[in-house]
Design a binder for this molecule. Structure first.
Ligand SMILES: Cc1ncc(COP(=O)(O)O)c(C=O)c1O
Length: 388
């Protein structure tokens, strides 16, 4: 099909939830994508931080295809090797004790929030400490519980009433204390807020929050859906802060482009969820787990150092561009505070063969972690011209 046929079908039959740029991606290699008309693009978006090894990665593809040739789905009545292997890998790499597998970031967070409520219900009585606290500017997903926890009013319009006992506070301890009271079971944070502009939380705040949560027996949940899986140069962004959360959620890059989410439980929360408490038909799907095993095994210390090197390279170049006021975020999760309108910049970049994302008024860059120097340079030269 050519582009106009695809667009025609989409406009006629697909739910109208997305406003697309006028191209359809057909394939590519690493961070170079090709559209249906044969035009090439440098990809600084990686399907929103998801295709972390770009597209058509040979090793990842082989792992996925090998599993497809065995069995594509195993229900949760039976054990499954890819799932067990991935659980072990994630626990040994992170220090977590147990993992629940979901299909997306929102579902991983949903699991974390439910587990937090059960933790508090078992210890303090059902409904006694049910409050979930998130931060203003956060994004945690589109299910009603995770939407309730998303601290941005723009996403809330039309969908009230929300899940009760979910509130958002500013990223300062006074605001946290006031909002938490004695009824809070968990605080959920993104160490680097992605959707609201790629903002890394201040270290003193995160350190103080961890101490407060420990003192009050409030669970600290780190949402690493976007910032995890090597994106910031560490396996998880919270490692930059020297904290130890009670629950970590991740998705996006974990499957290298296949739908999988994971909720990692540490010491306090290891045994909270028991048989029958939670579940998912596709969670832990063997094909997705096989892809994720390939991803996590390749996020070695050496690979993460390379990611940091690429991030330093891109950040140094970007800082020197005309029209860039600040470069935010961590590692290869980059926000650009710019003089121009971010959406217009994204459209102009696309016309010149570069795909970038936006986050509020910022340009957001989350390229594949395997992006080459040539691809970085090509993309950066387009961005330089457009931002000038
Ligand atoms: C930090 C964060 N949490 C949760 C989500 C929701 O993930 P998903 O779209 O996979 O449900 C996102 C998606 O952008 C995210 O960035």
């Amino acid at each position: 099909m050519d582009f106009s046929q695809i667009r025609q079908l989409d406009r006629a039959y697909h739910a109208e939830t997305y406003s697309y740029f006028p191209i359809a991606i057909a394939g590519g290699k690493n961070a170079t994508l090709v559209d249906t008309e044969g035009r090439e693009y440098i990809d600084f978006g990686a399907g929103i931080a998801t295709n972390i090894f770009g597209v058509n990665d040979e090793s990842w593809k082989a792992a996925v295809i090998e599993q497809l040739g065995k069995v594509q789905h195993i229900c949760n009545y039976y054990y499954a090797e890819p799932q067990s292997r991935l659980a072990e890998l994630l626990c040994t790499r992170s220090g977590a004790k147990r993992v629940f597998f979901a299909n997306s970031g929102a579902e991983a967070n949903e699991c974390a929030l439910k587990a937090a409520r059960k933790y508090a219900a078992m210890k303090y009585g059902e409904g006694k400490r049910a409050r979930i606290l998130s931060l203003k500017g956060s994004f945690h997903g589109r299910t009603l519980f995770t939407l309730s926890a998303t601290g941005q009013d723009a996403f809330h319009r039309w969908f009230s009433p929300f899940v009760p006992e979910v509130a958002s506070a500013d990223a300062d301890m006074e605001s946290i204390r006031r909002a938490a009271g004695e009824e809070t079971c968990a605080v959920i944070i993104e160490c680097v807020q992605g959707e609201s502009g790629v903002n890394a939380l201040p270290k003193p705040f995160v350190t103080a929050l961890e101490a407060y949560c420990k003192e009050k027996d409030i669970l600290l949940i780190c949402d690493e859906v976007q910032s995890g899986n090597g994106r910031t140069g560490k396996l998880y962004a919270y490692e930059h802060y020297g904290i130890r959360p009670d629950i970590v959620t991740t998705a996006k890059g974990l499957g290298g482009g296949l739908p999988i989410g994971a909720c990692l439980f540490f010491e306090k929360t290891e045994h909270v969820l028991q048989a029958g408490d939670h579940g998912s038909t596709f969670g832990g799907n063997p094909v997705c787990c096989a892809g994720a095993v390939n991803v996590v095994s390749r996020l070695t210390d050496e690979f993460l150092l390379e990611v940091q090197g690429k991030a330093d390279y891109m950040r140094a170049k970007l800082k020197a561009f005309d029209g860039v006021r600040a470069v935010t975020g961590l590692g290869l999760m980059i926000g650009l505070e710019i003089d121009k309108n971010a959406k217009e910049v994204a459209a102009k970049c696309l016309e010149r063969g570069l795909l970038v994302l936006t986050a509020h008024e910022r340009v957001r860059l989350v390229p594949p972690l395997t992006i080459t120097k040539t691809e970085m340079d090509e993309g950066l030269s387009v961005l330089k011209e457009v931002l000038k």
